[in-house]
Ligand binder design. Structure first.
Ligand SMILES: C[S@@+](CC[C@H](N)C(=O)[O-])C[C@H]1O[C@@H](n2cnc3c(N)ncnc32)[C@H](O)[C@@H]1O
Length: 484
């Protein structure tokens, strides 16, 4: 396979300011022993020379060794794309899906037996961890333990994307094809957006960008929006939908628990609104491969951010019985938590539980169906919350979001189940009470956390028309506060 024949793809988003790397990984069975060991020795020698020159402060020698390493890496890359495997591209195909699902990947080239991947570290995981995860997508492949990883500038990463675009059809198609149709009906759209007070000159954070429905309304009202989502599929869809708003929309990859740091790292210290429409989107539930739904056969995954280290399958197969029961009870309020956990542990003895429907059947065997709700509903909710640490992230969003608001700024949160709503309600009560009282105190004392006033005395819920048009909105509750 020549370099020109390699399949390439670029992510539909440019680098966003994180550290960028270029990594070359390859399959061992395509590479001669000699190539592998000479590569290893040469690189070790060059790195040792650089270290030595650095220690001596010999700048000229250091620059020379760096240049040699650069050239050497370039030669290796050229050779790697000439490698062939016996298994050919069948194997590499599985890697393609993993790379496109990794939100940090900016682009890649796949050869017959090697992959060159450009990645930006937008999550808390390092480049080695990304590489490890890609390799895991082909667990049976004989990956070379060596990989060539070089840091590149953000400009280089942008140039790579531009060059790939210019190089032709394959990449542009990759970009478009990778934004599947994203059908999500936004919940409490009118109500939430009106209460946010979006207008020209206002700066809003949409902490759950999703398909961009709420953000679109905020942008239409003239505000600029910082949209956060941990799911690359959602970010790609929102970018595409909202492309016409240009610089008014900034899409950030990350978890909303880091809202403050994310905004600070882009020079934003205060905003006029923070909106969160919690939970998962319809495309996430409806895409069987994401593993959120017991209605469709799919891998037991449930990660909103595909680079999270622990999937639902990892929990189901590795947590001990007590931990499993606690998860099902605390996050699903599942009364049969213990019995389900026990049955899962028994079933694991016959082999790993890997699919959504397999788990649903196990739950069903403990808890036969009664009424309209599927017996697996609560357990699936519990696992999803555990996998994504949804309640922990919500705690951080509430405190981080409030501290980002300037005076008069508003925070609006839409919840979909009682565990979330309880958290929001208690937090809002805590920060909107001027005084606190305790039985042991003679009189109430000023509340040091008093920083906001309540805008919605009772939660706002969908009206008849919305419930009819979108039954998924039935458990939604919107609560809003305003910073004093
Ligand atoms: C209900 S959807 C939002 C839909 C959006 N408001 C719209 O109108 O299109 C929730 C989105 O929030 C994202 N999300 C959930 N928890 C998150 C978290 N902790 N950090 C970042 N994104 C999160 C999910 O990936 C999903 O795309």
């Amino acid at each position: 396979m020549s370099e020109q024949e390699a399949e390439s793809w670029i992510a539909p988003h440019p680098p966003e300011g994180g550290a960028c790397y270029r990594a070359l990984i390859w399959l061992l069975d395509a590479v001669s022993e000699q190539f592998f060991s000479s590569c290893k020795h040469k690189r070790a020698e060059l790195v040792a020379r650089m270290r030595d020159a650095g220690t001596r402060g010999a700048r000229g020698a250091l620059a020379l060794a760096q240049q040699e390493l650069h050239n050497f890496n370039r030669d290796i890359r050229q050779q790697a794309f000439a490698f062939r495997t016996r298994a050919q591209s069948v194997r590499i195909g599985a890697l393609r899906a993993a790379l496109q699902a990794d939100g940090g990947v900016l682009g890649y080239r796949l050869g017959d037996a090697a992959a060159e991947v450009w990645v930006e570290l937008t999550d808390e995981i390092g480049v080695d961890e990304h590489v490890r995860q890609w390799k895991e997508a082909l667990p049976d492949a004989a990956w070379s333990p060596e990989s060539i990883i070089e840091q590149v500038s953000e400009q280089d990463a942008r140039d790579m994307q531009r060059a790939a675009h210019a190089a032709g059809a394959e990449d542009a198609v990759g970009e478009m094809a990778n934004v599947p149709t994203y059908c999500h009906t936004s919940v409490l759209l009118q109500e939430a957006v009106e209460m946010m007070g979006a207008a020209e000159g206002k700066v809003m954070v949409d902490a759950t960008l999703g398909g961009g429905g709420h953000s679109e309304r905020l942008l239409q009202a003239g505000a600029s929006v910082w949209g956060i989502d941990q799911d690359p599929m959602a970010r790609a869809a929102a970018r595409q939908r909202l492309a016409s708003y240009g610089e008014k929309l900034h899409v950030l990859a990350g978890n909303f628990r880091d809202v403050k740091t994310l905004l600070h790292s882009h020079g934003v210290d205060a905003v006029d609104g923070v909106l969160a429409d919690l939970g998962i989107s319809s495309p996430q539930v409806d895409t069987a491969e994401r593993g959120f739904s017991f209605m469709a056969e799919g891998p037991l995954d449930m990660r909103m951010n595909p680079s999270l280290p622990r999937s639902a399958a990892d929990i189901v197969n590795e947590a001990d019985e007590t931990e499993l029961a606690d998860i099902l009870w605390q996050y699903g309020e599942e009364r049969a938590a213990r019995a389900i956990a026990r049955r899962i542990v028994q079933q694991r003895e016959h082999g790993r539980i890997t699919t959504t429907t397999q788990l649903a059947r196990i739950i069903n065997s403990v808890l036969p169906r009664k009424g309209r709700q599927h017996p697996a509903t609560r357990s699936f909710q519990a696992l999803r919350i555990a996998v994504n640490d949804e309640l922990g992230a919500l705690d951080d969003l509430l405190s981080g979001g409030l501290s980002l608001l300037r005076s008069g700024g508003r925070m609006a949160i839409i919840t979909f189940h009682s565990l979330e709503d309880r958290k929001v309600k208690h937090f809002f009560e805590r920060v909107t009470k001027p005084e606190i009282d305790r039985p042991e105190w003679a009189q109430p004392r000023p509340n040091p956390e008093y920083t906001a006033r309540s805008v919605t005395r009772k939660p706002v819920v969908p009206g008849e028309a919305e419930l009819t048009a979108n039954p998924r909105s039935r458990s939604a509750k919107l609560r809003v506060i305003e910073k004093l």
